[in-house]
Design a protein around this ligand. Structure first.
Ligand SMILES: NC(=O)c1ccc[n+]([C@@H]2O[C@H](COP(=O)([O-])OP(=O)(O)OC[C@H]3O[C@@H](n4cnc5c(N)ncnc54)[C@H](OP(=O)(O)O)[C@@H]3O)[C@@H](O)[C@H]2O)c1
Length: 248
């Protein structure tokens, strides 16, 4: 069974995506109990016991708890998968000593098995743990392997981005309401179009210009809408968001 250290947002999204019982812990026992109940798994009192009983453990606590949890695990884990944000592999390896470690950065759409994850390339990785981790995260969405130096920027494109797209949906829905469209209909239109456009862009091998040209007839309303977004600085806004994410 998979062991989750921490039973918060990301742990729950992963567990629901995997759709199988998990072992889990949390400093708030209620949180661990709730996740165990939701997955048919078991909440455990301590991270040492979790390490003893789990095939591998996933570090789903906050980055600041790295040392504390490593001490609680005390070298008892068979393998460690770190999803800790802004925490280099070297730091996790230093904390876990001889225990094999793999670093993967997921995103919350793993909950619906459409979550992109980024795997930090590591020439010294334990091949068996790496194979198992890639298989595990591959069940809940595509896994992209990157040099570790790119992981922070990648987080800005996938781990953080569900919040950005939720914000875009909110902004469009509010604009629709101001223009007289009932909120629930506006949400249906916006989310349906976002999901469809994502699929279209994927099917068009990410050729966004082709998709834009399909919608923008010369002098038409879409072209006016796009010009308004450009004038409002939509590109700069996304670039500023990325800089805010990668700035430490
Ligand atoms: N959320 C995302 O979209 C996302 C995406 C990619 C990666 N991540 C990474 O995933 C990790 C978890 O993020 P999250 O959003 O799920 O945070 P979260 O909702 O705060 O969940 C973390 C849970 O771990 C608990 N915890 C703290 N110390 C612990 C310990 N010693 N043993 C067991 N549990 C402990 C926390 O309790 P307290 O609240 O008391 O600290 C909290 O309940 C972070 O490292 C984050 O960088 C998150």
């Amino acid at each position: 069974m998979i062991g989750l250290v921490g039973s918060g947002n990301m742990a729950r999204a992963l567990a629901l995506g995997w759709g199988e019982p998990v072992l889990c812990t949390d400093v708030f026992p209620d949180r661990a109990e709730a996740l165990a109940a939701e997955t048919g798994g078991k909440a455990l009192a301590g991270n040492g016991e979790l390490a003893d009983r789990a095939d591998l453990i996933v570090l789903a606590h906050k980055p600041a708890q790295l040392e504390e949890v490593a001490e609680q695990v005390g070298g008892r884990a068979r393998g460690v998968v770190s999803i800790l944000g802004a925490t280099p592999l070297a730091d996790v390896k230093a904390a876990y000593g001889a225990t094999p470690v793999v670093r993967i950065m997921p995103s919350v759409p793993v909950e619906v098995r459409e979550g992109v994850s980024c795997h930090a390339r590591d020439a010294d990785a334990d091949p068996e743990l790496e194979r198992r981790a890639l298989e595990l995260f591959g069940r809940v969405g595509p896994v992209v392997t990157l040099d570790e130096g790119q992981i922070d920027a990648a987080m800005g494109l996938m781990s953080c981005a569900p919040a950005y797209w939720a914000l875009v949906v909110e902004a469009q829905v509010d604009a629709g309401i101001r223009a007289g469209v009932p909120a629930d209909i506006a949400a249906q239109l916006v989310v349906g179009t976002m999901a469809g456009t994502a699929k279209l862009i994927r099917d068009r091998e990410h050729d966004t210009l082709k998709v834009k040209r399909q919608v923008m007839s010369p002098g038409g309303s879409t072209a006016r809408g796009v010009a308004a977004l450009e004038a409002a600085g939509v590109r700069t806004a996304f670039d500023d968001a990325m800089q805010a994410v990668v700035a430490r």
